[in-house]
Design a protein around this ligand. Structure first.
Ligand code: HEC
Length: 112
């Protein structure tokens, strides 16, 4: 009887640990990704670095521009880059689909 109880506790503990590992793997740190992969062109303030502006970045803090682009546009551009702008590198190989969606929402935060 006691052994069964111990086994049950053990199973629960293992389950709990697996849960913890999973949440860690799925937590996407958009601030970190932005700082590592986006800031060099888009700037910490979203307005674009001088290098980024040379490449043709838009000002992420511009409400009218944000309103003119859909979330799908953002996901698509981040994944595939822009055919008409070779300076915009695609991130489809570097970021997962979930990360790209999270980054599209992150970009929206510059106007909130
Ligand atoms: C090498 C410079 C560079 C880097 C690094 C970069 N971008 Fe861009 N990004 C651009 C340029 C240039 C454009 C403008 C493309 C255009 O509209 O022609 C752009 C446009 C965008 C747009 C608008 C797309 C649209 O559909 O209008 C979003 C959103 C965006 N970038 C997000 C990101 C995110 C998120 C990252 C990091 C994961 C990132 N960018 C990294 C250069 C860069």
């Amino acid at each position: 009887m006691l052994l069964k109880f111990k086994i049950a506790v053990l199973i629960l503990l293992v389950g709990f640990c697996i849960c913890l590992i999973n949440t860690k793997a799925f937590a996407i740190d958009t601030d970190q990704i932005y700082a590592d992969k986006c800031e060099m062109c888009h700037g910490a303030d979203g307005k674009g670095t001088s290098q980024g502006i040379d490449f043709g970045v838009q000002d992420f803090t511009n409400k009218e521009w944000q309103a003119s682009r859909t979330d799908e546009d953002f996901v698509n551009s981040i994944t595939n880059g822009k055919e008409e702008n070779p300076n915009y590198i695609p991130f489809g190989d570097m970021l997962s689909e979930e990360e790209i969606k999270a980054m599209a929402s992150h970009v929206r935060k510059f106007v909130q």
